[in-house]
Design a protein around this ligand. Sequence first.
Ligand SMILES: C[S@@+](CC[C@H](N)C(=O)[O-])C[C@H]1O[C@@H](n2cnc3c(N)ncnc32)[C@H](O)[C@@H]1O
Length: 221
Amino acid sequence: MIKSQGWDWNVVSGNFREIWKNPSVESYYLLNRWQGQNKKEFLDLGCGLGRHSILFGKNHFNVFCFDIKEEAINKTKEWAEEENLVLNYQIGDMLSLPYENESIDCIMCRNVINHTDTEGVKKVINEIYRVLKHNGECFLTFCSKDSWAYKMDWPKVDANTMKKMEEGPEYGVPHFYADYDLLMELFKDFEIINLEHVGNFYMHGDERVTSYHFHLLIRKA
Ligand SMILES: C[S@@+](CC[C@H](N)C(=O)[O-])C[C@H]1O[C@@H](n2cnc3c(N)ncnc32)[C@H](O)[C@@H]1O
């Protein structure tokens, strides 16, 4: 299995950094949904700068912030202290989560699980299954094979995984790409609540490109 790497947050600045400080659109839906289900233990799996940890912390969830990068955890902690929030912090690799079996109600794993290879993705899914309580839910995003980047001639790691060779925080970081059938196979032990294929349009140099992601909401039934 390929070595886990994480993001280099030190090279993320300006407008790009601001994006990672604002909660994602779907996080408000999940907040509302999980409050309605009286969920309490929230795991921000690959928390980055902490935008979702802060959102859920402010809304009285018991938040577990987890990331492989010390600087991500430090930044999340700094932000939480400014907001007078008491959260739980852990540095580690998503391949092996430091939480008890059936201890977590809900998990946000946005733009994270794709940072390993096929074997790694299977391990993380097993870990998510292990730590979720019965009826626990998890939101994940996956890079789609329909994305422009999947057509790039970057070094292959396995049939679904490439190293992203683009300057920035993910340089050399493995990226796993999925399609519908692969996701169905990977999540056969879960109930699929919702699956969307979302396109983001942007300029890459002079070229207009589209990145697609799967947004997946699952339940441990
Ligand atoms: C694109 S950022 C997303 C951050 C956050 N989920 C958000 O939506 O703002 C990906 C994060 O996943 C972390 N990460 C990557 N591989 C990881 C691993 N093997 N274990 C834990 N965290 C990892 C990175 O360090 C980075 O902070």
